[in-house]
Design a protein around this ligand. Structure first.
Ligand code: SF4
Length: 385
């Protein structure tokens, strides 16, 4: 594992405007303090106050000198993205809508399971990849999130959990293509991983990509796990629904997956959305097996949830089962993804869309929100959810 001082340090300019603390690795903070003529160890002290003791008011950082405390405000701000909406589903799923400035919002989702509590975070507002089955893909890229806005999703959500509940896993499967914003995404991973901070293991972070091949090496390099939004069994079927496949075809994508495995030793996760008549036939399962059999992997199959104007249909339950059974018969490690949080706008981008369409009707109480749920039936069509 890299140590703090081995991480890439962002150039720090001793400017008049304070930096957001949550965008800084420990090494960044050391450089910042040095630029103000302060000792290096101050960075560890402030890191501990904020991440360990949850104190962001300089006045309460009692082991810092009075003068230093007074100066901190010129160097740092401690702003986190505000929670606009927090919804809880009957099945335990929780959804958060965050204000990321410029009138934009992003979503994060907590997905509980027996042995884990996974946070799905967003990396962008909208997305340029334009995957045809994806709700977010219909909204062009509007903003790439900064590392503090990514770290902030984690911290804000963790703060709302009660008792001894802890987030155990992070998946970059929310709004946006993480490798389209890789510098900020991996900076956020570095910050969360800091032993002086949250000390969240990189090994519990999964980065999902639609297949930006030239950036994929970074996933193993930063010791995170790879998920690939595959959704096709050959180039023709994939290009039909994922325009990125025309730029980076399967040959290149699968080679990058193999390289990831060689470098990390981790199984690759392939996400595969089932579209009626397009990707859901038994012969498609056989081709999918042929395509991926040389890569140690598991395949998550995600039945499409219909929404008006999508142009796709969800397969029948019996067809979904046939597809799953065929993969199992072939010895594939396959998981059928259960739709969760249906009563709180499960689809990635759906809560944000509701909020921006009807801001006055939105409320943090589920009862008010479920009134409008019937207006949209989109669900987990974003394979980044
Ligand atoms: S599936 Fe992911 S990469 Fe594709 S459009 Fe949606 S958010 Fe973007």
């Amino acid at each position: 594992m890299q140590t703090e001082t081995q991480s890439v340090v962002t150039p720090i300019v001793n400017s008049s405007s304070p930096r957001n603390f949550f965008s800084l690795t420990l090494a960044d903070l050391e450089v910042l303090f040095k630029s103000f003529g302060k000792e290096k160890f101050r960075a560890q002290q402030v890191y501990k106050w904020v991440y360990d003791k949850k104190v962001t008011d300089a006045e309460q950082m009692t082991n810092l000198s009075k003068d230093f405390r007074a100066e901190l405000g010129n160097m740092l701000t401690f702003e986190l993205p505000a929670i606009k909406t927090h919804l809880k589903s009957k099945d335990g799923t929780q959804k958060f809508l965050f204000d990321v400035g410029d009138g934009k919002t992003v979503e994060a989702v907590v997905i509980p399971a027996e042995d884990r509590m996974t946070l799905c975070v967003s990396s962008e507002v909208g997305c340029n990849m334009a995957c045809k089955f994806c709700f977010t893909g219909k909204q062009k890229l509007q903003k790439r999130l900064s590392s503090d806005q990514i770290v902030g999703q984690f911290l804000q959500v963790q703060n709302t959990l009660t008792g001894d509940q802890r987030l155990t896993n992070i998946v970059f499967m929310g709004m946006g293509e993480p490798l389209d914003n890789s510098d900020e995404v991996f900076k956020a991973v570095e910050i969360l991983n800091s032993q002086w901070g949250v000390n969240f293991s990189r090994r519990r972070v999964t980065v999902s990509t639609s297949g930006i091949v030239p950036e994929m090496w970074k996933i193993a390099h930063h010791k995170t796990r790879l998920a690939v939004s595959l959704n096709g069994y050959d180039d023709e079927s994939r290009s039909q629904i994922m325009p990125i496949n025309k730029k980076y075809p399967l040959k290149d994508l699968l080679k990058a997956c193999e390289e990831n495995y060689k470098e990390s030793g981790d199984m690759v996760t392939f996400e595969y959305v089932l579209l009626k008549g397009i990707t859901d036939q038994v012969e498609h399962a056989q081709k999918l097996y042929q395509l991926t059999k040389h890569i140690p992997c598991k395949i998550n199959i995600i039945p499409f949830n219909e929404h008006p104007g999508s142009g796709f249909e969800r397969p029948s339950d019996s067809q979904i089962l046939k597809f799953q059974n065929e993969l199992m018969r072939l010895g594939v490690h396959v998981l059928l993804r259960r739709t969760m949080g249906r009563d709180i706008f499960a689809a990635c981008g759906q809560l944000r869309s509701e909020f921006e369409s009807h801001p006055k009707q939105m409320d943090t109480s589920n009862s008010k929100l479920t009134r409008t749920l019937h207006l949209r039936s989109n669900s987990e069509n974003n394979t980044h959810t």
